[in-house]
Structures are given as C-alpha cells and as structure tokens.
Design a protein around this ligand. Sequence first.
Ligand code: 4YB
Length: 474
Amino acid sequence: ADVTFSTWPWQHWAKERPSSVALSFDEQQFSWAELAEKVDEYAKGLVEQGLKRDQLVAVVAPNSVSVIWLLLAILRTGARYVGLNPHLSQQALSNQLALLECDFIWYPAKSGAALDRVQGSKQAGQQALPHRLQLLPPQTPRMVPVTWQASRAATLTMTSGSTGHPKAVVHNAQSHLASAAGLLQWMAFDGEDSWLLSLPLFHISGMAIVWRWLYRGAKLVVASSQDLDVALGKVTHASLVPTQLQRVLENNRASSLSLKRVLLGGAVIPVSLTERAKQAGIECWCGYGMTEMASTVTAKLADTSAGVGAVLPHRELMLKDGEVLVKGKASGMGYYRNRTIFPFSEQEWFATKDLASWHDEELFILGRKDNMFISGGENIQPEEIEKVLLSHPAVDQAFVLPMADKEYGQRPVAIVSTSPELDETLNEDLDGYMKQQVMGLCRPVKYLLLPSHLCAGGIKISRKQLAQWLTEQH
Ligand code: 4YB
C-alpha cells in the first residue's frame, strides 16, 4: 500500500530511521535526523530574511547540495520553489522571470554572466532582479509557523513544450508523491538504495528524483563532479535521457558500476541502446511522461519492442484521434502566470500533442502533432524518419525539420550527431543508408551536423532553436 505522510516526509523519516543516510555528496553524508534539523535551520534563516508562505523563490543554479537544502527549506516555510536553467540566454531568463514575478531569487556565488546582465539591464520597462536570498541559519532563534499540508502548492516547473513559449506547471506534494508511489510500485527502489540526482532540478525529471527519494526514505546522491561515469559508480539508481546513457556506454565505464537500474525518458529510447545497456549489466526502464503529470506516465522494463509500456498507477491515459490524453492523481495543479494558478480541472483530460497507438497493451509514441509538416501534399512525421536515422550505427542523435521548397512547399532536412564523426562523408553515407529504407518524399534532401552550441544546458534540444539555426544555413 502507498505510504501517506502526516508530516514533512523528511521529519517522517527522521522519526522512522533517524540514523540512516539520507543525503550524500563528496565525502559528506547526512542522516535523516541531521537532514531534518538542517532543513529547519535553513527554513528559519529564510523566514528571517522575510520569506513568507505562498511566496515564490526562483533558484537559478545547476544541481548542488545547496539547491537541495533550498528546495526543502523553501517547502518547509510554506513558500514555493521554482528552478530555472542557469544556462539560459539573458533574454530567455528575463522572459521567465517576467512570467513568474518571483518574490525572491537565489543563485550561487559563481553564477553565470547572464544573471549579472539581467541585473544590469534596467532599460525602460525592465525590472531589476528580485531580492537575493541567502542560505544561512537564523541569527536569532525563531519558529517556522507552518505545518505540513500535502495539498499546498509547493513547486513550479518550467516546460517549454515544443513551441518555445515557457509555461510554469504548479505541483503540490500530493501529486509529486502520487507520481513517485505509482512508479515505485513497478520499479523497485528500497530504503537501502540510492538514486543519483542525475538530471537538473529545474526540469521535472530531476524534481521527480527528489520526490521518489522523499517517498521511499532512501538515499539521494548529489554529484559534485561533472563526470557522470564516476557519479554513477556510487549509486544503485539513476534517471537518464537516452543520450546520457549512450555516452556512458561509449566511454565503456559501465562495467565498474554499482547501478541496479536506470530510468530512461524524455525522448525516443532506441531498442539498440537498452540492448547494449543490458549487455553491460544495466537494467533499463523505459518511461514516457511530461511536466504536467509530474514526470513518468507509462513505463516498462526494457525489452525488444520500441514501445513505452503501460499506464502506471495514479495516472489515466486514453487516445483520442490518435492523440495521448492524460489525467490522474499525479497531475499538476495548473499553470502559473500573473501571480495566479490557473487550475487544470479535475475531470478534464490534458491533451499532450503526442500521437500514439496501442499494440498488445503497450503504448507506442509516434511523434508530436505539432512536428508534422507537409511535403508535396504528403504528411511527414519527422520522428518516423528520425527513428530510421537512429538505427544507423554511427548516428547518436537525429532531428528532421522542414525546409522551405519552391516545388514541394517543404522538404525534410536531417540534422544529426555522429560518432565516429562522419564529417566528410556524412551526406554520402547517410543518403546511401536512407535510400534503402525510406521512400520518396520522406527521404531527407540534406544532412547537417548538429551544432554543439545547441546542446548546452537543458536536457532537450529545442526544435524551435534548431529551426532558427536551419534558416541561417544555406
Ligand atoms: C517522449 C518520451 C518517450 C517524453 N518517447 N517522446 O522520471 C522520468 O520519467 C524521466 C527519466 C529520465 C529522463 C526523463 C524523465 C522525464 O521525466 C521526462 C519528462 C519530460 O520529458 N517532460 S517534458 O515536459 O519536458 O516533455 C514531455 C514530452 O517529451 C512528451 O510530451 C513527449 O513529446 C516527449 N517524451 N518521453 C518519446 N519515451
């Protein structure tokens, strides 16, 4: 049966198993008792600096142990946490801050230049940054006058969809915990296990790791090193996007891993990848999910089919005209703008814009509705072509985008990353390969190398940015 919490999850575990290790980074470890005490101290420090319940704090930082303290301490004060990608451009960061109208901001001492520029740019109509919080214990003793309420808005998580227009999804602890409980009914994660914070906390995939940890009272490992391989050697569980797992396997360090299982998601998961992982002794779980549903919605233990499994407990899913609709206890509270939560209604289905079909009780994602384009009167679903490209042994990542064409209206262009690098022979090699596999108008007319500057930062490459870059190429 699902665990229910009558107090903050970390206080629950501080009572149940006070001396078990809760959090570890570098050589430091904190037990649940120590963690609960530290969170209270930091929460008092935040209250002393003026933070009040229902206020919003933006945390602009890469993952670190400070970010974990902040998240828990902010929740403890009854305020709300929103993580922002520190690698965003100044413009994108300004846009997100304008949408959120936060009461406070936190960023590390050595933060990127973008924030300083946002701070410096007080041109007409632009506001300065919100007041900067510090992560410190209080100077004078005080209380935090808030009690645990699982239905209170707790976190906001940015999602850009494919449009590039950011939206902030509000979740309460209840929906995060329902999401965690449902996944962990299928994918074993014991109190003795440890999950690496392997994805950014400003994305739902990182946030979901924290809630699975809180739900189970297990161990969270925050890696200080940038080296994913090293960090993976110290944990039993990790969440990875397919390209991360690909790199780990290529570096061939997998054999030294203590990893029991990996949850994959966020993008198409090639069967060839999970098969290679299996040979390296890593058990892969395939997930399909989205921010609005607090991460994973369907999942399965990886097998030889390219589907994303069946619907997890606490979620409902149906197809309408081929589109995935979802709802359930794991659903967010609503979108946030103008300092207001615009609620998702409880009965209503959320339309994901993902096209899918069912085969043998398993869901297969076909692609996004809004990625489809028309070439010479034929509907082209880029993801179908991308799948074929990904089956080429040298192709690591593939995107197909439309390029304007006088005769056909639009024609597909492929943008790929390859290893070993096919730089010189790229067009020849891939065209030869694709000729054998794809018919007529679906065959890309050109192959380009994925520019590395578009890979920085987030966990996904934005098709909007790719399209922009494509218009700049000739
Ligand atoms: C997919 C897809 C798939 C999403 N095939 N398209 O905890 C996890 O579930 C997790 C573990 C590892 C890596 C990522 C995750 C996630 O949460 C991913 C959730 C996510 O990507 N949310 S999102 O809001 O940024 O994007 C949602 C969209 O991503 C979906 O609507 C799909 O279009 C796409 N997507 N999983 C194919 N397995």
